[in-house]
Ligand binder design. Structure first.
Ligand SMILES: C[S@@+](CC[C@H](N)C(=O)[O-])C[C@H]1O[C@@H](n2cnc3c(N)ncnc32)[C@H](O)[C@@H]1O
Length: 193
């Protein structure tokens, strides 16, 4: 059985329940990695990516364009005030805040304790993460206690939390579908059929 917070169970539930918050985006420096972070969030089962830091419409356009072509549901938005949002969530206990950090508790020991009956916000940093995030997060989770990348940390965490998403049912309303191929590239454009 797949995780209750997976795509199928989310379809009729708004607001999205598995969010990835990109903290401290820097438009010039982080453009590519932030873009990959959102694509990883989508591919590995999150319902939305929330951008914060410097405004960057091109990141949202990239994510929306991929969702339009390869399916969803997946949404993206810009949050101008991420810390007030996290404080409010923490105060109301309206979602579980999971902060990915190399200083946190090992993911293998932590993931199974994260509640699955409540919305989850996965926080990943860009620039230096404010110390308060460590305090208000319900879980500070490390994917190996070594510095690496927000993209790799997110992929490992989501794969373990959501479970594998290789099934054809995972993405709805896709215009483009990739058929797994031993060699070469097979893409079906459903609009042309
Ligand atoms: C490349 S790091 C930069 C961190 C930033 N310079 C700082 O001092 O806080 C960006 C983000 O990747 C994630 N990250 C990097 N290594 C990680 C690890 N071993 N486990 C979990 N997350 C990690 C964290 O979310 C971190 O905020």
């Amino acid at each position: 059985m797949r995780h209750p917070l997976t795509r199928e169970s989310m379809v009729d539930q708004l607001p999205p329940r598995l969010s990835v918050l990109r903290l401290g985006h820097r438009r010039d420096r982080d453009k590519r990695i932030t873009s990959h972070l959102g694509l990883t969030a989508r591919a590995f089962g999150a319902d939305e990516v929330v951008l914060s830091g410097e405004e960057d419409p091109s990141a949202l356009e990239t994510w929306d364009s991929v969702t339009e072509r390869f399916g969803g549901p997946f949404t993206s938005r810009y949050e101008p005030k991420p810390m007030p949002w996290l404080r409010s969530v923490s105060k109301k206990e309206s979602a579980t805040i999971v902060h990915l950090t190399m200083y946190g508790q090992p993911w293998r020991e932590t993931v199974s304790s994260i509640p699955k009956d409540k919305p989850v916000i996965v926080v990943v940093g860009g620039t230096k993460v404010p110390g308060e995030v460590f305090q208000i997060s319900n879980y500070n989770v490390s994917v190996v206690n070594q510095p690496h990348s927000e993209v790799s940390a997110l992929a490992v965490f989501l794969h373990s939390f959501v479970g594998p998403l290789d099934g054809k049912e995972s993405f709805e309303d896709a215009k483009m579908k990739i058929i797994p191929s031993e060699k070469g590239k097979i893409v079906i454009n459903q609009e042309e059929e």
